[in-house]
Design a protein around this ligand. Structure first.
Ligand code: MN
Length: 437
């Protein structure tokens, strides 16, 4: 999938080594052990939940289904991977390591799980992982927050290898998005659209970075709508799909909305697509992401005013919190090994960066740096419970309720792309991926 993976990956490991040396030194450690994790069993059962490895483990290695591994990182030495490969005839064990990544580490195969005390070699070691004491942690520092913050900040600055992975995930997701769109317009149910998406992505639902949101009509007004109706609706107004893909654990997170009509909702959709791209243009190094979030509110309020939905000025709609009825989520978030990736709410000293007053769901409050990858995902929704509150409030007169009634059967709109921030510009990995199909 990724051309020149070997050289990109070697550079990635060299960068990680340099970052780790600084972080360990700053925190007074000289060794880091990262545990990949273990399967979690359902209560009173012998079946496991889908396994999600420790993201710190995946930030070093492209191993997405490897439990009970230890990565031992010591200053100035080649990383050592304790590679768990049990002799098992119930489940297929992990395959042998592939040289393109394994050349970067020294591999010690494991047949049985190891305790931390059997791996640690220094009195100044730290462990990162969901490790319990029965694994022999002893006096070793477990998940120290200062170290984790530094490593999280490093993860906001993507290496070329990571960019390639997220770009590849976007390509997979773009193919699947088009398949889902075609299934929708061919008359499929939400369930069948989900199947079409997974099939086109060549991924099972549990291999997706998050549960796909497949929402026809009013279902789009539930932000994380999780149902998948088995029967197709008789009337089709609109379709919102928020679905991603992964490449070596790195996520794509893309939303598209489609309309069956060419009336008011279609105008709103075209306006949202245009304003999303204007906001994307501002996602460059040095921009405070909070400013982009507030720009989204201002632009959406202006669009609703232009279409006659709002009767007050855009400035008043934002200042009075009216725009939050229509956009009740944040503009976006960092993206990486975690869909809502880490360190979006701290500065480079690890201090909290507050959200703007009244915007408590924003997940990214930093000044952007080159190498950040993030989502821009403005939305506008017709959510009954929020609309009812607005209607009863003193701002009820600010809204044309006849037009709201026209729009409610369409649910809502979200347009979401994945952006690589640069100095003075950026790359829209999502629109690049769609353009290449
Ligand atoms: Mn998102």
């Amino acid at each position: 999938m990724i051309v020149e993976a070997r050289s990109l990956f070697a550079e990635h490991i060299a960068t990680r080594q340099a970052q780790l040396a600084l972080a360990l030194d700053a925190c007074g450690y000289d060794e880091l052990l990262i545990w990949s994790g273990a399967q979690i069993t359902a209560f009173l059962d012998d079946y496991h939940y889908p396994f999600k490895p420790n993201p710190h483990f995946m930030s070093w290695l492209p191993l997405t289904r490897h439990e009970e591994c230890w990565l031992q990182l010591r200053l100035g030495e080649k990383p050592v991977l304790y590679y768990y490969q049990p002799d098992d005839y119930w489940y297929a064990p992990p395959t042998d390591p592939e040289s393109w990544w394994a050349d970067q580490v020294e591999i010690k195969p494991l047949r049985k799980p190891l305790a931390a005390r059997d791996v640690v070699s220094s009195s100044k070691a730290a462990i990162i992982g969901e490790v319990e004491d029965r694994r022999g942690v002893g006096d070793v520092s477990l998940n120290p927050q200062a170290l984790i913050n530094l490593l999280h900040l490093d993860r906001t600055r993507k290496t070329a290898w990571e960019v390639a992975c997220i770009a590849a995930a976007n390509k997979i997701a773009a193919i699947a998005h088009n398949a889902a769109r075609d299934a929708y317009f061919a008359g499929a149910s939400e369930f069948d659209i989900e199947m079409a998406y997974c099939q086109a992505a060549r991924l099972q639902a549990h291999e997706m970075p998050y549960g796909s949101i497949v929402a026809i009509n009013e279902h789009a007004a539930t932000l994380h709508y999780q149902g998948k109706d088995r029967s197709a609706p008789t009337v089709r107004n609109a379709f919102l799909i928020d679905a991603g893909a992964t490449c070596y654990g790195y996520a794509a997170d893309i939303t598209r909305t489609y309309s069956n009509s060419d009336g008011l909702f279609a105008q709103l959709l075209a306006g949202m697509d245009a304003l999303e791209q204007r906001i994307v243009a501002g996602a460059i190094a040095g921009t405070d992401y909070r400013r982009l979030h507030l720009q989204a509110h201002a632009e959406i309020a202006a669009l609703l005013k232009d279409l006659g939905v709002l009767k007050v000025s855009p400035e008043a709609a934002v200042a009075e919190g009216i725009s939050a009825t229509f956009l009740p989520h944040g503009l976006g978030h960092y993206l990486g090994l975690q869909t809502h990736d880490v360190a979006g709410l701290i500065d480079n000293q690890g201090e909290d960066l507050p959200r703007p007053q009244g915007h408590q769901f924003l997940r990214l409050t930093r000044v952007l740096e080159a190498g950040n990858i993030l989502t821009i995902e403005p939305g506008v929704y017709f959510i009954d419970s929020l609309l009812a509150k607005l209607r009863e409030s003193k701002h009820g007169v600010a809204v044309n309720w006849d037009l709201i009634e026209q729009l409610r059967p369409y649910g809502g709109i979200r347009v979401e792309d994945n952006i690589l921030v640069g100095e003075g510009g950026n790359r829209n990995l999502t629109r690049e991926a769609f353009a290449q199909l």
